[in-house]
Design a binder for this molecule. Sequence first.
Ligand code: HEM
Length: 161
Amino acid sequence: MYEFLAWIEGSALGHAMRGSGVWTYALVNLGHILGVASLFGSVLILDLRLLGLWRGVALPAITKPAVRVAGVGFSLAVMAGVCLLATQATEYAGNPFFYIKFPAIGLGLLNVAALNFSRAWREHKTRDLSAREQKRLAVFGGTSLFCWLTAISCGRMIGYW
Ligand code: HEM
């Protein structure tokens, strides 16, 4: 891991981040937070709906916009996050929050992949789901909340270690 951190810190991106003025890191950090806010804001509404809140609102009315905003937010968070990391990557070696954050993101993505493969998710736009299928989707929603909350908490804590 240390080799990877040293490599990204020594990359052209790392040099550009460190050499382009004091405001660059702040603005990229702002981009990271806007990405995280868009991701988590949309995922929170979607996951709470999967967990059974607002049953009066049709599921597809929430999933369509939420998935798009979450996708854009995640992409922004990753692009800005890689720039932040390259700035002083070796500083994070040995930081426990760093080593919890990325597996949490990985697990969150695996959960998204598994959700997309589930029959209930694939068919929720075309028919009403049975109680059993709704329970399955609730498990995905709960897992998602756990993963993204862990990633956000650890991301915030990294700087305090
Ligand atoms: C490849 C993806 C990502 C990379 C490389 C990355 C990297 C980073 C880095 C280097 C920091 C600065 C830590 C510090 O020194 O304080 C940071 C902050 C943070 N990250 Fe990420 N991150 C990524 C994705 C995410 C995602 C998906 C989330 C949320 C689910 C997230 C949440 C946060 C939060 C909340 C902060 C604290 C920001 C602040 O306090 O200003 N990150 N990230």
